[in-house]
Design a protein around this ligand. Structure first.
Ligand SMILES: Nc1nc2[nH]cnc2c(=O)[nH]1
Length: 400
């Protein structure tokens, strides 16, 4: 019984999680909503539709951003710090959706996180994003598309570790299957590419051998750091921000990316690369206007992708957000077939099918979690992981 009381305390102690899409649930009352009522709120068709929109943003935005970043290099761009800045530089644009998203009075006014804690979160995650973006910028230039996908797929395995350690992610056979199949899908793509011979994209010169090793190590490091970033976002929503409303998610994304942009601007100035920008622009393959459009398009796409991904972290989990991102890895080479003239191979098609299968395995787990919660009359909270966690804790309580 002591054990039951301990679990009860844990359930009550789950921080309040809100989505802003309340489906008519009034939250204007004074105190925090009891966990049981929170669990009773719907996670139905609307929830899945919102998740689908976030996934689409991540997949479309991420694919376009990666291809535009590669186009930048293929068309004569060479500044790593400029490519780094592009990944976070669209952050000020987030002011627009932030202004267009109405605040939900109860959550906005009641529980503002301590400014010092928020600043620490923004600074810490922002600097990590800046470092990750620099490594990603090198990796995108130094490795062919397919090899890049192969190494970047380790991100999911790294995230499996960080989400277990930092976010207490529950592992089920379906989730483990998803992580393994998605990793294999991207790995297959990378291995298959060695016999493909068309993996650099756009007829760009193959990277020198020394750069290959550097690209490999940097992609691996970036994958580990990005996995950590996603887990830290999830931790921040749960422990510091203590809200998952659209406005708080946008704010967190914007501030962390502004910090990352400051890191990139500092790097651009300190390295002296800023002096090469005018020459690079003038010599760009299709002229200065294309240079600006390529980088601006990449900046917007990176933020659109990140918006989808951070919302998925808030709505579902960091591992789910990462699994969705992994689906993009086999997508990029397929688009490279169309845009850069890479060859379409059977291996690429199989890798894509495996990626879709692995991802569906993950989605199915969430579907089962939802059904389990609904069957118990406790259809989940907006944070699916919290709902599943709380539902299983309630299961345990009922058994005791
Ligand atoms: N390492 C890494 N950096 C990113 N920046 C934006 N997306 C990603 C990603 O998937 N991995």
């Amino acid at each position: 019984m002591a054990h039951a009381q301990e679990i009860q305390l844990q359930i009550t102690g789950v921080p309040e999680l809100e989505s802003g899409d309340k489906g008519g649930d009034s939250r204007d009352g004074p105190g925090p909503e009891p966990p049981t009522r929170r669990l009773a709120r719907g996670r139905g068709v609307r929830w899945w539709a919102l998740v689908a929109v976030d996934m689409l943003m991540l997949l479309a935005g991420g694919t376009v951003a990666t291809l535009l970043s590669r186009l930048y290099y293929n068309s004569g761009g060479n500044s790593k710090w400029m490519a780094t800045l592009t990944q976070s530089g669209g952050a000020p644009l987030l002011v627009i959706p932030l202004l267009l998203t109405p605040p939900t009075p109860s959550e906005e006014e009641r529980r503002r996180p301590a400014p010092s804690k928020l600043a620490a979160v923004y600074l810490g995650i922002g600097v990590l994003i800046g470092i990750d973006n620099l490594m990603y910028a090198y990796a995108l230039q130094y490795l062919p598309v397919s090899t890049f996908s192969l190494v970047a797929a380790t991100q999911l395995a790294f995230n499996a570790v960080t989400s277990r350690l930092i976010n207490a992610q529950r592992f089920t056979p379906l989730i483990a299957n998803s992580v393994v199949v998605l990793t294999f899908a991207a790995a297959l793509l990378g291995v298959g590419a060695s016999s493909d011979g068309t993996s650099s994209g756009g007829g760009a010169p193959a990277p020198p051998r020394g750069r290959y090793a550097a690209g490999f190590v940097l992609t691996l490091a970036a994958s580990a750091v990005f996995a950590l970033i996603l887990s830290l976002y999830e931790l921040a929503f749960e422990r510091v921000v203590r809200a998952r409303t659209p406005r708080w998610v946008l704010r967190t994304q914007m501030h962390t990316n502004l910090v990352a942009s400051a890191v990139a601007v500092a790097g651009l100035l300190a390295s002296g690369e800023w002096r090469t920008v005018p020459g690079e622009m003038a010599a760009f393959r299709d002229g200065p206007a294309r240079y600006v459009l390529t980088l601006a398009g990449a900046a917007v796409s990176w933020q659109a992708a990140l918006a989808g991904q951070v919302r998925l972290v808030a709505r579902v989990s960091s591992l789910f957000a990462n699994a969705t991102g992994a689906v993009q890895l086999p997508l990029v080479p397929v688009f490279a077939v169309v845009l850069f003239g890479d060859r379409m191979t059977g291996v690429k098609a199989v890798a894509m099918l495996m990626a879709v299968w692995g991802f569906l395995s993950y989605v199915y787990q969430h579907y089962l979690d939802g059904r389990r919660a609904a069957a118990a009359g406790k259809d989940g909270a907006e944070c699916a992981v919290c709902a599943a966690r709380a539902a299983s804790e309630i299961d345990i309580l009922q058994k005791i």
